[in-house]
Design a binder for this molecule. Sequence first.
Ligand code: AMP
Length: 284
Amino acid sequence: MQVISTKDQFRRSLDGARLAGHTVGLVPTMGALHAGHISLIDAARRDCDVVALTIFVNPLQFAAGEDLSAYPRPLERDLELAEAAGVSVVFTPTDAEMYPKPTATSVHVDGLTALMEGAARPSHFDGVTTVVTKLFNLAGPCRAYFGEKDFQQLAVVTRMAADLDQPVEVIACPIVRESDGLALSSRNIYLSAEDRAAAVVLSRSLEHGAEMILGGERDARVVAAKLSEFVGEEPRAQLEYAEVVDAASLVPIGDLRSGTTVRLIMTVRFGTTRLLDNRGVVVP
Ligand code: AMP
């Protein structure tokens, strides 16, 4: 496994792989790898000859007061996990390597970023789309693997790649969960034992919401209100938002029409730790 910290070497490594006739799978992460990240690597390995993992805690997508400096950075362990998972190339640039000058250019995706995480963290998605564009430009033609865990991010990046004709096919990968249903996240380590136990409220609420729809409920507002109510019953949890949205446009919907694919999406805070989860349902 090659471990690379300069943009130039990263670009040359993947250009070389393609020249040798290999297909490239790109897995962008912020490190602190867990089984969710490994599932993206596994999917890339199934589809592509060479898997490139990027580990970069992107300052541009954190606002002042967020957890940028506290974000876990267990690089040695990440490299061991990456090697065991069959990664060929790891790109771990420093902040100065990625942003030698303060960036004057920013990539903004309209519409899809208006609500939910976009409303809660106003500069977040521009930071994501700008760094992902840089990574796509460095990596070159490839497939790029993103988790449904960050469903809005996946939609935003997919739209960006299409709108800008980036030579990248964005592949969606399902959410990996703990045995009690909690979606794996690098931020779960921030949770106290009590909050960790209480955090099952996210996946349970989403399951109840999905069951309501599958059981015949046709008013999405009733489902969204029920999600809030479920979370409200857990005193340690503070709901930021719970939405039932069209899975393609991410617009909140009213009537649940038969055959529509919807996504139940929520963010819940435990103290200062924000946990995101979501679930897809096809309206019967
Ligand atoms: P992060 O390191 O948190 O920025 O995540 C890097 C990638 O891993 C993103 O595409 C995430 O959506 C994905 N990811 C994070 N957690 C999970 C999970 N539990 N299941 C599937 N994918 C995940």
